[in-house]
Design a protein around this ligand. Structure first.
Ligand SMILES: Nc1ncnc2c1ncn2[C@@H]1O[C@H](COP(=O)(O)OP(=O)(O)OP(=O)(O)O)[C@@H](O)[C@H]1O
Length: 243
């Protein structure tokens, strides 16, 4: 069945093997299936391999064993996912709008304007990254990831080293966009609170080779979680995660 633009895609990782150098492998037979439309938070200790795993899913690292499929297709052949890095990675000599166009050359001016407006940056596409606050730069990076109209959104610790108020604003923005666009998403994080706000499923990796030590579905829709619920969930995930 051909995937139409409104279809969320699933991710299937089977028997994944990955090593760097001569040390013990990072992954040695890891299986992970993400259903279409799930919002997965990938938790785990520093260095366990979370970023490596989403880079592999994104097709940015292809030197691996096992199979990876996005909507049934190898990453190299699948439609490009949206990828948000830990730092915004905007080219400083290009405006916000030009940075977005670089990722999606076919996008129209109206498309860029609409994306920026959705990010709360109405009319600010002509500014250079140096003229934007850290929070605004992250919004542009999110707009750039969405400019390719992805069905899969991959976020690698996009909220790290931001103040709590900003993190909350970005959580609300990401949750809204994922729901509106019916995206499948995978968020790498250290923070149970990120999972408690955004995820419909929280997975924790531990050990080397890494294995899944927690895999928990969260039934309540992200938009329906009040602060008390978020706190309770974050505490539970922290305990279950052994953190
Ligand atoms: N390109 C590389 N070359 C060599 N080793 C690497 C490379 N990329 C990652 N590693 C190693 O693989 C391991 C996992 O790294 P990775 O960044 O995936 O972990 P992580 O769980 O995302 O950690 P963190 O939460 O600290 O970002 C680390 O030991 C890291 O040093």
């Amino acid at each position: 069945m051909a995937a139409g633009p409104a279809d969320a895609v699933g991710v299937e990782v089977r028997a994944l093997r990955k090593s760097f150098g001569d040390g013990p492998p990072l992954f040695d037979g890891l299986d992970l299936v993400v259903e279409p439309g799930e919002s997965v938070a990938l938790l785990g200790s520093s260095g366990v391999g979370k970023s490596t795993l989403i880079r592999i899913v994104a097709g940015l690292d292809r030197d691996v064993g096992g199979t990876v499929r996005i909507g049934g297709i190898p990453p190299a052949e699948a439609a490009m996912p949206g990828f948000v890095f830990q730092d915004p990675r905007l080219l400083p000599w290009l405006t916000a709008a030009e940075n977005i166009r670089l990722a999606a050359p076919a996008i129209t001016d109206g498309g860029i304007a609409a994306l920026l407006a959705r990010m709360g940056l109405d009319g600010q596409g002509g500014l250079l990254p140096g003229e934007l606050s850290g929070g605004m730069q992250r919004r542009v990076a999110l707009a750039r990831a969405l400019a390719v109209e992805p069905r899969l959104l991959l976020l690698d610790e996009p909220f790290v080293s931001l103040d709590r108020r900003l993190v909350r604003e970005l959580h609300a923005l990401v949750a809204g966009i994922v729901a509106e666009r019916r995206l499948t998403s995978i968020l790498v994080s250290h923070e149970p609170e990120d999972a408690a706000r955004l995820a419909t499923r929280a997975i924790r990796l531990e050990g080397r080779p890494a294995r899944i030590v927690m895999d928990r579905r969260i039934d309540l829709a992200p938009g329906a979680r009040d602060p008390v619920e978020v706190r309770r969930l974050a505490d539970e995930l922290d305990r279950e995660a052994g953190g």
